[in-house]
Write a protein that binds this ligand. Structure first.
Ligand code: DX5
Ligand code: ZN
Length: 211
């Protein structure tokens, strides 16, 4: 399992330094984009992603919490995103957008809010490189991990196996040294924002999530 620190938990006054502080521990960075429509918050957009692109070799895993994400794919790929994850609840033509992302050379993912079920008849799962299961309501860092969502993660693992699909399974929200035990063994990627970036000792922070 990889740990993907979420930049949302970083000190925005020194982003390049914050990247340096985690580079030795992981090769993937989670970037939370919010539009104040799909979620009641604004974070950052393509200009910030672009500005960070030449500061690090890390894989950029961009999580679009925005309405009509299909309209903005190209911009986020041009800015340097390697993965683009859209929300199931924000887009009618999921397969179309996933194909657009892949045609533009990036990997494609779909994210699910806590109340959204994942079911075996979701045809777009076969087109996903990644699925991102929200373990908090999207919109803010620092929220409490929703333990009931673990059942959904287990179901996704089962669907993947039964249908012989290849997407990576990731979870996002409230993941720290106390909650990682619920999801390790189930995930390919655990996203962790405030726990990693606010921890004074990054060696300990990463080690506690890898246990
Ligand atoms: C929530 C974001 C998460 C968040 C994770 O909307 O998608 O990526 O930053 O932060 P923590 O780990 O603080 O819950
Ligand atoms: Zn996220």
């Amino acid at each position: 399992m990889k740990i993907a620190p979420s930049l949302l938990g970083a000190d925005f006054s020194k982003l390049a330094e914050e990247l340096k502080s985690i580079e030795g521990f992981t090769d993937i960075l989670h970037l939370d984009v919010m539009d104040n429509h799909f979620v009641p918050n604004i974070s950052f957009g393509p200009a910030v992603i672009k500005a960070l692109r030449d500061k690090t070799k890390m894989i950029f895993d961009t999580h679009l919490m925005i309405e009509n994400p299909g309209n903005y794919i190209e911009e986020y790929i041009k800015a340097g995103s390697d993965y683009i994850t859209i929300h199931y609840e924000a887009e009618k033509d999921i397969i179309g957008v996933l194909r657009k992302i892949k045609a533009l050379g990036a990997k494609a993912g779909v994210s699910f809010k806590p109340k959204t079920e994942i079911t075996a008849d979701m045809d777009f799962l076969a087109e996903c490189d990644l699925i991102l299961i929200m373990t908090v309501e999207p919109g803010f860092g620092g929220q409490e991990f929703m333990e009931p969502i673990v059942a959904k993660i287990k179901k996704a693992v089962e669907i993947k196996k039964a249908k012989q699909l290849s997407f990576l399974i990731s979870a996002d929200g409230g993941i720290n040294d106390k909650t990682i035990g619920h999801v390790s063994g189930l995930l390919d990627i655990a996203v962790s924002g405030s726990y990693i970036f606010k921890h004074p000792d990054k060696v300990k922070a990463f080690a506690s999530l890898k246990k």
